[in-house]
Structure formats: structure tokens, C-alpha cells
Design a protein around this ligand. Structure first.
Ligand code: DP6
Length: 327
């Protein structure tokens, strides 16, 4: 007997970052976080449980993964098998849709789509809170990609209490995120390793926990009030303080490269020229710029001159998880 389902999930950019786990097995974070789901970057995943298979078979962007590279997916499918009556192995076919071969695909959209497709194919009927909790077990940031728009991840303290909650799902605020592709290659220090090192060795970590609490308290009412300046200043300062945890870890490390610093300088110059925009970045050098739709043209023009037009991608708020009908 076979059972198949397909799901699409979009990636998200954190405005208040998740950077550290309280429980590395269950992926319970040290703090809450808040993100914006983006329309341009998404993953489509089909899962088929098939009694004829002798192992899980994982194909990503047309390439079959070795058993070793498929370990995270296999472990995740084991969770779904435990929760359901499905015992067979599965075929997983996943396609990351990114505008260029940009290395912007993320574990957030991947594990959110896998959670949706695998649970549905296994015959589980999970509401979106339960799906968010399941996605969390694959990758923390996937917790938020179940929902569209602005999403908060409540840290919680155990498996039941740690999940995403939409703050504004249908965003009617004319804002955008301009993504700069400054280095398409895989990050050298994964977020998983990096955040663990910050928790264990940065003397600033206790201050970070207070910063996140304060930033969440500031950014949520600002989003609801469409107060662009407060949202922008909060997200930029939150990102820089997260990255201060990498420089203050031992051994120290950084996700910035020379182009990252140059692009930050350009954002400051744009602001000085009256184009209000703010930057953030995750565990890699690619800067993302938060702006109002009315400023997209000025921002893309400036960065296309600096880094080439193919490396500038405009995204808008995106939707939550979707289940796609089989062709
Ligand atoms: C900097 O979700 O990739 O993007 O839970 O270990 O899979 P794991 O980490 P991951 O970390 C994301 C870190 C971040 C900030 C964020 O998305 O909140």
C-alpha cells in the first residue's frame, strides 16, 4: 500500500533571531523569536510511504542523497512513523525553488514542507500548531515557516509548549525584503554548531536573552501599528547583537565577509540620502534589506551597481504551508 502527499512551504527571515537551544534533542530554544515568511523562496516536497522500499529514499533537486546525508530526513521520518500507524520506508522528493543557484534555500522551508507532506502521507491529521511543533524537530526556524506573514515562535519549555503563532498572517503593509546574494556557497559553520558555541562560550549570552525579550516587546506592537522605523531599528540592532555572540564566542568566528561589510555601509549611505531601509543577516554573509515598496527601485538600483543585478532579489511577505494536489 502506498500513501502520498505534497506540501509547499516558504522560507522566513527572522527579525528577532533564534540563536541558542535549551534542549538540543527536542529543539527547544533559549528564547522566543519572530520572523517574516517570504514569497520568493520555497520548497515543494512529496512524501510517499511505500512498503516495497527497503530504506528511506531522499532526492533533493534531482540528486539522490547518500544514507549519511539523508540522516536528518530519516530521523525526522522516524518521528512521523512513531506518531502514526505507518511503518514503511518513504520516498522523499524535494525541490528548492530559489531565483538563482543562490544558496538561499534554507532548512526552514525544507523541514516545514517535509513535516506537512510526511504527516499527511502518514494519515495524521495535525492542526497547524501540531505541524509547527513537528517541523521544529527538524530545524528550529522551520517552526515559523508553517505560517505566513509575521510569525512569533513561543520558546516554551517542552515539546508541547514550543510552537509558532501567527502575529499578522495576511500582511497588508507595503513592505519588502531585498536579498543580496554575496556568496552562494555553503556556510562553513552551520547555525547548529554556531549557536551551540555561543551558548556555551560567549559571556554575552545572558545579555542576549534579555535583548530578545526587550526586542520582542518592542517589535510586536510596532508591526501591528505599521511603525516602519521602530521595526527597522529593532531588527537591525537585533541582528548585530546576535552576530556579536559569534565574535565573543571562543574560538571566535564570523559569518560576515568583505562584501557584507560593504553592503552594510551602502545601507547607511542610502539612509543618509533619505531612503529608509535596514539590514539583517543569518548564519551566512548574504544581507537582507527591509524596506518599503516605494523605495525598492532606489535600493535595487544602488545594489545592482555594486554587486550586479542577478545578485539582487526582491521578496515580499509570503503565505503559510500549502498542500498541493497530486498531478
Ligand atoms: C540565524 O533553524 O537553521 O537563521 O534549529 O539547529 O536547525 P537548527 O537551526 P536553524 O537556525 C536559524 C538561525 C538563524 C536565526 C533564525 O532563523 O531565527
Amino acid at each position: 500500500m502506498t500513501a502520498t502527499a505534497t506540501a509547499r512551504a516558504h522560507t522566513n527571515i527572522a527579525l528577532v533571531k533564534y540563536w541558542g537551544k535549551a534542549d538540543t534533542d527536542l529543539i527547544i530554544p533559549q528564547t522566543g523569536s519572530l520572523s517574516l515568511t517570504l514569497d520568493q523562496f520555497y520548497t515543494d516536497t512529496t512524501v510517499t510511504f511505500d512498503e516495497g522500499l527497503t530504506a528511506d529514499d531522499v532526492i533533493v533537486n534531482g540528486e539522490r542523497l547518500s544514507a549519511q546525508r539523508a540522516t536528518k530526513v530519516h530521523n525526522f521520518l522516524n518521528l512521523v512513523r512513531q506518531q502514526s500507524s505507518r511503518a514503511s520506508f518513504a520516498r522523499v522528493t524535494s525541490v528548492n525553488h530559489v531565483p538563482t543557484a543562490a544558496g538561499l534555500a534554507s532548512s526552514a522551508s525544507a523541514f516545514a514542507a517535509l513535516a506537512g507532506a510526511a504527516s499527511q502521507a502518514a494519515g495524521l491529521t495535525l492542526d497547524r500548531t501540531a505541524l509547527s511543533r513537528l517541523a521544529r524537530r527538524g530545524s528550529g526556524s522551520a517552526t515559523r515557516s508553517i505560517f505566513g506573514g509575521f510569525v512569533e515562535w513561543h520558546a516554551g519549555h517542552d515539546d508541547l509548549s514550543s510552537y509558532g503563532v501567527p502575529l499578522v498572517e495576511k500582511v497588508e503593509w507595503p513592505i519588502a525584503v531585498v536579498a543580496l546574494v554575496l556568496d552562494p556557497h555553503h556556510k562553513k559553520i552551520s547555525s547548529r554548531q554556531g549557536m551551540q558555541s555561543s551558548v556555551n562560550t560567549s559571556p554575552f549570552y545572558p545579555a542576549w536573552q534579555q535583548i530578545v525579550a526587550d526586542d520582542l516587546a518592542a517589535i510586536k506592537p510596532a508591526i501591528l501599528a505599521q511603525d516602519f522605523t521602530t521595526v527597522g531599528e529593532t531588527l537591525e540592532s537585533n541582528a548585530m547583537r546576535m552576530h556579536a555572540l559569534t565574535l565573543s564566542a571562543w574560538p571566535p568566528y564570523s559569518y560576515f565577509n568583505g562584501d557584507t561589510l560593504a553592503a552594510m555601509q551602502t545601507v547607511k549611505e542610502l539612509r543618509a540620502a533619505g531612503v529608509e531601509c535596514y539590514y539583517t543577516l543569518d548564519a551566512g554573509p548574504n544581507l537582507k534589506i527591509f524596506c518599503q515598496n516605494s523605495d525598492i527601485a532606489a535600493i535595487t538600483k544602488r545594489f545592482s551597481q555594486q554587486f550586479g543585478g542577478d545578485n539582487v532579489i526582491v521578496a515580499h511577505p509570503g503565505p503559510g504551508i500549502q498542500f498541493l494536489d497530486e498531478a
